[in-house]
Ligand binder design. Structure first.
Ligand SMILES: CC(C)(COP(=O)(O)OP(=O)(O)OC[C@H]1O[C@@H](n2cnc3c(N)ncnc32)[C@H](O)[C@@H]1OP(=O)(O)O)[C@@H](O)C(=O)NCCC(=O)NCCS
Length: 175
């Protein structure tokens, strides 16, 4: 367990469909975009090793859902699709652990960069991502259904040295 983890909580990768109701409840309580169960399954079934949860007494209180694919300009691009921490559990480092862990997993799986969008008014999320090295790459006008603009935030990686490359198919071993 990393030094910045709370020993009372469980930190782990997505396990199976049993995690889905808790993930959906958290995300739908906080994000402005409505997602169907098919959207969750699109991400989680294809990239289960890129989704993580934090639990308190078996209840999911934080989650991040990501994917990766080759961008049209060439690089392998990771993407943070969803991130939420229960509002009673914020400001104790859970969001930062989730973003750091998912970013490590995407890097370990071969991503050259990671991107995401966040509402320009979401000061908490922007501060969190910027504290981890993400920068503002673009402003996307009226990106959200509610009419708000988004910032595209982005982080670029240097290539991993050979001794840190995970064994093939074991990106999740990069703890
Ligand atoms: C954004 C969110 C995930 C942050 O989760 P969290 O567990 O509270 O974040 P952390 O405690 O790990 O905070 C890490 C850093 O982020 C920043 N931060 C987090 N919340 C903040 C806030 N409300 N205001 C300002 N900075 C904030 C701080 O820099 C903090 O570092 P610090 O501990 O040194 O002060 C959480 O507020 C949330 O779920 N919001 C609703 C959903 C959402 O907006 N998701 C992001 C969509 S892109």
């Amino acid at each position: 367990m990393a030094a910045d983890c709370d020993a009372a909580l469980e930190y782990r990768m997505y396990r199976d469909e049993g995690d889905l109701p808790g993930i959906m409840a958290l995300i739908s309580a906080d994000l402005s975009e409505p997602y169907s169960i098919f959207t969750y399954r699109y991400f989680i079934h294809q990239w289960p090793e890129l989704s993580f949860v934090v639990l308190d007494a078996g209840i999911i209180i934080g989650t991040i859902v990501c994917k990766m694919d080759e961008h049209k300009t060439g690089p392998m691009r990771g993407y943070v699709a969803m991130l939420a921490v229960h509002n009673s559990q914020r400001k104790r480092g859970i969001g930062k652990w989730l973003v750091r862990r998912a970013t490590q997993a995407m890097r370990g799986a071969g991503c050259d960069e990671v991107v995401l969008e966040t509402e320009v008014t979401n000061a908490g999320a922007i501060a969190l991502y910027e504290s981890l090295g993400f920068v503002r790459d673009k402003r996307l006008l009226r990106y959200y259904l509610n009419g708000n603009d988004a910032f595209r935030l982005k982080i670029w990686f240097d290539p991993l040295p050979p001794h840190q490359q995970p064994p093939e198919g074991e990106a999740h071993a990069m703890l």
